[in-house]
Ligand binder design. Structure first.
Ligand SMILES: [Zn+2]
Ligand SMILES: [Zn+2]
Length: 339
């Protein structure tokens, strides 16, 4: 294959990361933040965020001061923020706290230390509103506002989204013994290190190319009959192990790689056919060499020793096992007979 063709192939095929599908939880989170209609984790339809009804308060007369068009504008701007943390910071900026002047309950244990006031910002104008109107106009629950009040009382300036991040009270968390079983199962797969890029990836191990996380999870289920979700299995493998599937590019057969790229890039069916035939020939040669090596290795056990020299460093040809082939020219096999 010419150099130009190879470069084209690299541009077309190389250095492109596989696009990952967006996670279901992220899709739900984003739609929720943007106030769009969505189906939640319980498979229930959640309608789009909309303003709540009139607060009918006599103190501020909130809905009289802010007309429908302005309320729609506020809700639209709030939805456009599209991120829960930023929305919370925005809401926090519209709230202010002051020491409680007068307690309305008799029980001192239920005394609130601070009282809060709320405002709505339209352009440069700020209008004071009641809590109900504040929640209804932004389409948020009172619970969300209460959480922000607690953060304000404890001097936490920037709210953090804590959904799904709790470490305690996790009823569905897999127990440690099951996690250990998963670790044991992952470790039971034979993993090998890269031969040629060991210095670049010293801690990286490679599993068989026929395997995948899905396959490993299926094997785990069939072996132990414990209902462990794919996500639990996957997260342990991802967080605690540095495993990859197949072989690194440096360990694969250079000739095969070049044929595969040329076949992908070839425009004419005739060229594809020729390349496929040449590749087949290369595989046959490799298989023949493999066969010789196998027979020699068998006889080695009995009456001779076999020395195998890898010549890749000088010949710049790689020799390791690709999907179907072993390249034949790269190893010099020297057999010494026992006397
Ligand atoms: Zn009101
Ligand atoms: Zn090959």
């Amino acid at each position: 294959m010419s150099n130009t063709a190879r470069n084209d192939c690299d541009i077309n095929n190389g250095n492109k990361k596989r696009k990952r599908k967006e996670k279901k939880e992220d899709i739900i989170k984003n739609k929720k933040a943007r106030g769009l209609e969505h189906i939640n984790h319980m498979n229930k339809l959640v309608p789009a965020r909309k303003s709540g009804p009139d607060c009918r308060c006599k103190r501020f007369k909130c809905y009289t001061k802010i007309d429908t068009r302005q309320r729609e504008m506020i809700l639209m701007n709030f939805n456009d923020i599209g991120n829960k943390n930023e929305q919370d910071a925005y809401l926090l900026g519209l709230m202010s706290a002051s020491p409680t002047a007068r307690h309305t309950v008799n029980n001192p244990q239920r005394f609130r230390l601070s009282s809060f006031s709320y405002k709505i910002r339209i352009g440069l104008d700020e209008t004071v509103v009641c809590l109900t109107a504040f929640c209804n106009i932004h389409g948020v629950t009172i619970g969300r506002t209460r959480r922000l009040q607690d953060l304000m009382a404890t001097n936490i300036p920037s709210p953090r989204d804590q959904r799904g991040k709790h470490t305690e009270n996790r009823a569905k968390k897999a127990p440690e013994c099951i996690l250990n079983l998963i670790r044991y199962h992952i470790s039971s797969f034979p993993a090998r290190q890269s031969r040629y890029s060991l210095r670049d990836n010293p801690n990286c191990y490679y599993l068989d190319e026929e395997l995948s996380v899905t396959e490993m999870h299926k094997l785990f289920l069939s072996m132990y009959h414990i209902n462990v979700s794919f996500m639990v299995y996957w997260s342990i493998l991802k967080k605690e192990y540095k495993l990859k599937f197949g072989l690194p590019r440096t360990d694969t057969c250079a000739v095969c790689n070049s044929y595969n790229l040329s076949i992908k890039c070839a425009a004419l069916p005739e060229t594809v056919r020729i390349l496929q035939t040449e590749h087949k020939l290369h595989l046959c040669k490799a298989e023949k060499f493999n066969e010789i090596k196998r027979t020699k290795r068998k006889s080695t056990a009995r009456k001779m020793c076999m020395l195998e020299f890898r010549l890749h460093a000088k010949l710049t040809i790689t020799t390791y096992k690709n999907r179907r082939c072993l390249l034949c020219k790269t190893a010099l096999v020297l057999c010494i007979w026992h006397t």
